[in-house]
Design a protein around this ligand. Structure first.
Ligand code: ATP
Ligand code: MG
Length: 230
């Protein structure tokens, strides 16, 4: 079984949104994926309250036991939604994870927080992938200045940036308000396409692949802007 920790020390970056949608997309792809809500605010459990089998409420101190139990019962992927703080809880999630997704919006303040999160990963020598969320869509094929600037600032982050970015889309909010991932809510929509592409990329990285790319509408960051790939 593989474990993915979705982390960010910045509130509102999109950890719960990415966790719920990634778990749903992995399930759609045939994986036995469990979502663990390790955030005391319980955003993902709350969002999925009508879908109670899909999420387990837990805490940082129970993550190791949960991962072990999930593996023994045939789980293939455990996705952990984490809180923005305290750091000890984030560290606990990083330690059980095979891959940490660092979610960040393309803003100056988010970036500062993301760089701190990335430092934490480096200190712990944990494998990470940066996922840009809530990105404005490109205009005439050009990334917005905020996205391009964020990618530039991440050039020396030392961990790769996902070439699949999630855009600002109303579907992410609408789906969660119905207790669904975007792939379930609007399977043919752009949000579903980019989420599936991100799920494919994550599965590839969990298998040790470093260049699993699958374009999804306008979500693929142009090749020259892909930085710090390892
Ligand atoms: N790609 C997106 N497009 C549109 N809205 C989004 C997107 N990602 C997240 N949101 C919205 O932004 C808000 C914050 O997202 P979310 O709760 O997932 O962040 P979080 O990092 O889990 O926050 P917290 O630190 O409070 O747990 C929510 O209202 C969510 O619906
Ligand atoms: Mg959250």
């Amino acid at each position: 079984m593989k474990t993915i920790a979705v982390i960010s020390r910045k509130g509102g970056a999109g950890k719960s949104t990415v966790s719920v949608n990634l778990a749903a997309a992995l399930r759609e792809a045939g994986q036995r994926a469990l979502l663990a809500d390790a955030d005391p605010l319980r955003s993902s459990s709350e969002a999925l309250r009508a879908n109670s089998l899909a999420v387990v409420e837990t805490s940082a101190s129970k993550l190791f036991a949960l991962a072990t139990a999930s593996s023994r019962s045939g789980g293939e992927v455990l996705v952990i939604d984490t809180p923005a703080s305290p750091e000890a809880d984030i560290v606990a999630a990083i330690k059980v994870a095979d891959l940490c997704l660092v979610v960040t919006r393309p803003t100056y303040l988010d970036l500062a927080a993301a760089l701190k999160t990335i430092d934490l990963l480096r200190q712990l020598r944990a494998p990470g992938l940066i996922v840009l969320n809530q990105c404005p869509s490109p205009r005439q094929g050009q990334e917005s200045r905020v996205v391009a600037g964020t990618l530039d600032a991440l050039r020396f982050a030392g961990i790769p940036v996902s070439p699949i970015a999630l855009r600002v889309r109303q579907a992410y909010q609408a789906a969660l308000s119905c207790g669904l991932g975007v792939t379930e809510w609007e399977p043919a929509g752009a949000a579903a396409a980019e989420t599936r592409a991100l799920a494919d990329l994550v599965r590839g990285r969990l298998r040790g692949e470093t260049s699993t790319l699958k374009p999804a509408n306008d979500s693929l960051i142009p090749e020259p802007l892909i930085l710090a790939q390892t």
